[in-house]
Design a protein around this ligand. Structure first.
Ligand code: KIV
Ligand code: NA
Length: 277
């Protein structure tokens, strides 16, 4: 498989092949995404909640994000790699946003940045893209603004709200977004916005007509159970499986069933196993 670039994503869009996108937050989840043939990997700030146990995404610092980006970048080589600008590091001014974006590229080893917001962020997006950094937009339910939105609620449910979303989508496309994440909007709205745009939409809870789909990896693997939006399809139940495996290990240790002979080194060399000296 050759390296996924902006050009690859454009080709998929042109051929109407849905863009398969997922989050990763560390080296092993980056490897999983790469080996599974994912097109675009996002180091989303959802990592705050699903991987770090924070109450919300706004508690994550840019330095923490950078640390995770470097780990993902070491594991995920082929997919196009994007990172979220963290809350508080891009809202003050376009210059602040550009400085933070440069850090994500230079220190985080990602290829593009994502930021939340619509028409009000158009100038900021244009400042970042003018500097040559690709920007992924994010409208609809924007978790960093969930307090203002009155919680994690579906967006664009009225005709007026849907019209505002379209206005924002067109404005941030014009500002240079290479694609736009649409989160938690009715399927009709996802379809309508997708049809009106000339860049791909990446849906999460936005129906099947988007140009691509994204899920949070730990959600879809059934590793994170505290919060389960309707749009999460669970492809595995890893938390249960992992707890059972670790429980079996603990029981084996307590019964002296582990380690067995095959996990144990003899004095002489003839039974050397693996590559551990
Ligand atoms: O933080 C995240 O993982 C995201 C995606 C779910 C779009 O923003
Ligand atoms: Na995010």
């Amino acid at each position: 498989r050759s390296k996924v670039t902006i050009g690859t994503l454009r080709n998929l869009y042109r051929k109407k092949i849905p863009i398969a996108t997922i989050t990763a937050h560390d080296y092993p989840s980056g490897i999983v995404a790469d080996k599974a043939g994912i097109d675009l990997v996002l180091v989303g700030d959802s990592l705050a909640m699903v991987a770090l146990g924070y109450e919300n995404t706004n508690m994550l610092s840019l330095d923490e994000m950078l640390y995770h980006c470097r780990a993902v970048a070491r594991g995920s080589r082929t997919p196009f790699l994007v990172a979220d600008l963290t809350f508080g590091t891009y809202e003050i001014s376009p210059q602040q946003a550009l400085a933070s974006s440069i850090r994500l590229i230079q220190e985080g080893n990602v290829e593009a940045v994502k930021l939340e917001g619509g028409i009000e962020m158009a100038d900021t997006i244009s400042t970042i893209t003018t500097a040559g950094i690709p920007v992924l937009g994010h409208i609809g339910l924007t978790p960093q603004r969930s307090t203002s939105l009155g919680g994690f609620r579906v967006q664009g449910k009225t005709a007026a709200e849907a019209a505002d979303l379209l206005k924002s989508a067109l404005a941030i496309q014009e500002a240079g977004c290479f694609a736009i994440v649409l989160e938690a909007v009715p399927e009709e709205v996802g379809k309508y916005i997708t049809e009106q745009l000339s860049v791909p939409t990446i849906g999460i809870g936005a129906g099947k007509y988007c140009s691509g789909q994204i899920l949070v990896q730990l959600d879809m693997l059934g590793q994170f159970e505290q919060f389960a939006p309707k749009f999460v399809k669970k492809y595995a139940s890893n938390l249960g499986t992992d707890v059972e495996a670790v429980g079996n290990y603990a029981a084996d240790v307590r019964k002296s069933l582990f380690p067995a002979a095959e996990h144990t080194y003899p004095m002489k060399d003839e039974q050397e196993t693996g590559n551990t000296e």
